[in-house]
Design a protein around this ligand. Structure first.
Ligand code: SF4
Ligand code: SF4
Length: 112
């Protein structure tokens, strides 16, 4: 009797759709409120350094003299605090993740 139960389960599994996604061939679905990656409208930034001081992961470096804003994406924990505290609201959180990488490199933004 048990053999029939098992055979039924095997047949069902063989005919069913796979339980996993074929990533990266099938892209992941992002939801409206997914906490993805931080992005900046660098032309609005006033280089006040508030985001750098308040970031709990010390992922941001602001250099006012060079008009430069940098983020270490491997440090960022996507807490969403920096967009909240930016006085000119030039930071926002995209609902997509940044590309995976094996090299620790800061992403640099400079005013055009
Ligand atoms: S808090 Fe906003 S304005 Fe200030 S340095 Fe950061 S991104 Fe620029
Ligand atoms: S989202 Fe959080 S951890 Fe990431 S840079 Fe902003 S404050 Fe730092």
């Amino acid at each position: 009797m048990k053999i029939f139960v098992m055979a039924k389960k095997v047949l069902k599994s063989l005919c069913a759709k796979p339980a996993t996604f074929r990533y990266p061939f099938v892209p992941k679905t992002y939801y409206k409120n997914t906490r993805g990656s931080i992005t900046i409208d660098i032309n609005k930034c006033i280089y006040c350094g508030m985001c750098q001081r308040k970031c709990p992961a010390q992922a941001i470096t602001v250099t006012k003299a060079d008009k430069q804003w940098k983020i270490d994406r491997l440090r960022c924990v996507s807490c969403g605090y920096c967009p909240e505290i930016c006085p000119v609201k030039c930071l926002s959180m995209k609902n997509t993740y940044s590309a995976s990488t094996q090299i620790r490199e800061e992403e640099v933004f400079r005013r055009a």
